[in-house]
Design a binder for this molecule. Structure first.
Ligand code: ATP
Ligand code: MG
Length: 433
């Protein structure tokens, strides 16, 4: 027997039964993004490896062990994008989007990281991200967070997520803090795990993020980075907190939150949930005022965030376990008798013109009315329209509501209005998911 070829580990097919929920979530989010003045940008899923190395930082998990990198036929180092910000900044610089103008951009697409696959952690996953360029105040940081809070409200999961917030200050602040941190860690070198030992000189800040409880206990003995902020960073953070309070957004200031990418400064945040086990971060973001310049562009401040779509969907499903994601067929047309199939084809085209928002399917493949009705049931159709010779002759059709079994004959002339009225209820239910 021929061996079947399977998908690559950690890469998932999204089947038609999953897609309606993805579409619903994407629709909710993209409408809100539009509402806040964001425009979509689409960039390639592969970029030069050097872009990510420079943007994300050499000693980060992503660069060290998570990238899908290869050489193309000319020997150029290419990487499947592990995140969206670097490509977005690269595109903005290359297309002069950042000179003397504000940009509010959003993107959606697959990202790739060579991680150990588990629930909520995949090797290909989708992110929806938003980035604002050209604004440096805490007001835009606050608005970005307020917008994400609106995402959760509109998806009905706002009671299941919490906001973690921190400021990691300027690069200068971090440099002086490095000193304190490295000193303390060196004194306790025996207590460090291998990861932390490796990072102590290359990227000690990441040790703050360690999940190891004994490292966390060690860190309790040193003052947090937030105590070292310069006045500008401190004011930025205080104002951000004030604006969030004003908007009624609750948050937890987490001094250990540093994020996995080097390019952030000042504001960092994460929306987390307890409902998904250890893969609890559904949205992460922060300010990255140095990145555009670092990648060769003008000195433009920026702030952004990215949502892991699979984790968000897992959360929506865990909050609404009975969610009906099966796509319902709204109208199923059946026909039997001489010349009735021609009428069915003409009539269904007419109905699609009148009712473009509904799913309308013709029965093909023959069979008597009863066989065709059972096909409609199998497809979970809401309404069946039946055309026999008699109906065709009198320009009528039989309409049966499969939800309540009510059946009547109506004139084809009035069919579209009647169908729309009956289906509005279904539509409401469908969108309530
Ligand atoms: P984690 O701490 O879970 O590894 P991260 O800090 O690496 O997350 P980011 O690089 O900030 O995550 O990416 C933004 C969002 O993308 C995360 O909050 C998460 O929802 C999602 N995400 C990141 N890595 C994966 C993955 N391997 N599979 C699925 N979703 C992911
Ligand atoms: Mg990660």
């Amino acid at each position: 027997m021929t061996k079947t070829i399977q998908a690559i580990r950690g890469m998932n097919d999204l089947l038609p039964s999953d897609i309606s929920l993805y579409q619903h979530v994407e629709e909710v989010l993209t409408k809100i993004l539009l509402n806040y003045g964001f425009s979509e940008i689409r960039t390639p899923i592969i970029e030069c490896t050097s872009l990510f190395k420079r943007a994300i930082g050499e000693d980060t998990d992503i660069i060290n062990k998570e990238m899908y990198s290869f050489n193309d036929r000319r020997g150029e180092g290419i990487t499947l994008r592990p995140e969206g910000t670097a490509g977005c900044v690269r595109a903005g610089i290359e297309n002069s989007l950042f000179y003397n103008q504000e940009q509010r951009l959003w993107y959606i697409g697959p990202m790739f990281r060579y991680e150990r696959p588990q629930k909520g952690r995949y090797r290909q996953f989708y992110q929806i991200g938003s980035e604002v360029f050209g604004l440096k105040g805490p007001d835009i940081d606050a608005e970005l967070i307020i917008m994400t809070a609106r995402f959760w409200r509109f998806l009905g999961i706002d009671n299941h997520v919490q906001l973690e917030l921190n400021s990691i200050g300027s690069i200068e602040t971090r440099k002086s803090y490095h000193h304190t941190l490295v000193n303390m860690l060196e004194k306790n070198i025996k207590k460090l795990d291998n990861d932390s030992k490796r990072r102590i000189h290359s990227n000690p800040m990441r040790i703050l993020d360690s999940k190891n409880p004994s490292i966390q206990a060690l860190l309790d003995n040193i003052p947090p980075l937030i105590d070292y902020l310069d006045d500008t960073s401190r004011e930025h953070f205080t104002e951000l907190c004030r604006l969030l309070d004003l908007a009624g957004i609750s948050y937890h200031v987490n001094h250990r939150l540093v994020r996995g990418l080097d390019y952030y400064n000042n504001t960092v945040f994460e929306w987390i949930t307890n409902s998904l086990g250890s893969q609890g971060a559904i949205c992460s973001g922060g300010r990255y005022d140095y990145l555009v310049k670092l990648l060769g562009g003008p000195n433009v401040p920026a702030v952004g965030c990215a949502i892991g779509l699979e984790r968000l969907i897992l959360l929506v499903r865990s909050v609404y376990p009975l969610l009906k994601t099966k796509k319902v067929v709204d109208i199923y047309l059946i026909s039997s008798g001489q010349g009735t199939k021609n009428s069915m084809l003409t009539f269904s085209e007419y109905l699609r013109n009148q009712l473009p928002e509904f799913k309308i399917i013709n029965h093909f493949g023959g069979g008597n009315f009863s066989a065709q009705f059972s096909r409609a049931n199998k497809l979970a159709a809401r309404l069946v329209l039946a055309l026999g010779e008699n109906e065709v002759a009198h320009h009528t059709c039989i309409i049966k509501d499969l939800y309540n079994g009510i059946q009547k004959t109506i004139s084809q002339h009035h069919a579209a209005d009647i169908l729309r009225a009956l289906l509005t209820d279904t539509l409401r239910k469908k969108h309530k998911i």
